[in-house]
Design a protein around this ligand. Structure first.
Ligand SMILES: NC(=O)c1ccc[n+]([C@@H]2O[C@H](COP(=O)([O-])OP(=O)(O)OC[C@H]3O[C@@H](n4cnc5c(N)ncnc54)[C@H](OP(=O)(O)O)[C@@H]3O)[C@@H](O)[C@H]2O)c1
Length: 162
């Protein structure tokens, strides 16, 4: 079992503003879909609420909340250990946000898929600081901006150092 995290961040680790993503980048949505399809995605309830279409198709959706509620089309758990127990037979499961979940799952994650958007954003949530000595960059693909994607970005993959 391996826990990965996937996020799109600005130059200051910005993640979102007013429970929305920073910007609309079709190339990144496609990247997210390619990487996560067929796998389990784990998310906090605020991220679930922010999804325009839910559950995310072709993926097992798990929502984490402290509240005693259920989410149609998703499994619900109330703690990080319970979430990890649910994916123990997965080869690779993905934490897809938001800020609270990235912070809580970071100690358990051994792979990060970070889309680094080359811009600054107004934000009210941030990805946790990454200790550079603990992580090795194994992939760094530059994607230049175009007519549909208004910012340059890098698709980075980092793995936890042994
Ligand atoms: N850039 C990206 O890649 C990306 C990806 C995903 C999300 N985002 C952005 O991130 C923002 C949302 O992040 P967020 O931090 O506000 O919300 P979140 O991580 O999606 O969900 C937070 C919720 O998790 C629950 N929770 C908190 N601590 C918990 C614990 N110890 N055990 C179990 N459940 C716990 C609480 O739900 P209850 O109050 O119901 O208990 C809390 O409201 C939005 O702006 C969204 O657009 C960005």
């Amino acid at each position: 079992m391996s826990i990965s995290m996937i996020a799109a961040v600005g130059q200051n680790l910005e993640l979102g503003y007013q429970n929305q993503l920073l910007c609309h980048l079709p190339v990144d949505l496609k990247h997210f879909k390619t990487i996560t399809s067929g796998h389990t995605v784990l998310m906090g309830d605020r991220t679930w609420e922010s999804l325009p279409k839910k559950p995310l198709p072709n993926r097992r959706n798990i929502v984490i909340t402290l509240d005693n509620v259920e989410f149609e089309g998703a499994e619900t758990v109330h703690s990080i250990p319970d979430a990890i127990a649910l994916v123990r037979d997965d080869e690779e499961a993905f934490v897809m946000g938001g800020a609270t979940m990235y912070r809580l799952f970071l100690p358990y994650a051994n792979k990060l898929y970070l889309t680094r958007i080359v811009s600054d954003f107004v934000a009210d949530v941030w990805f946790p600081e990454i200790n550079e000595t603990e992580w090795q960059l194994i992939d760094n693909e530059f994607i230049p901006k175009d007519e549909k994607n208004i910012y340059d970005l890098f698709f980075q993959t980092l793995i936890r150092q042994k």
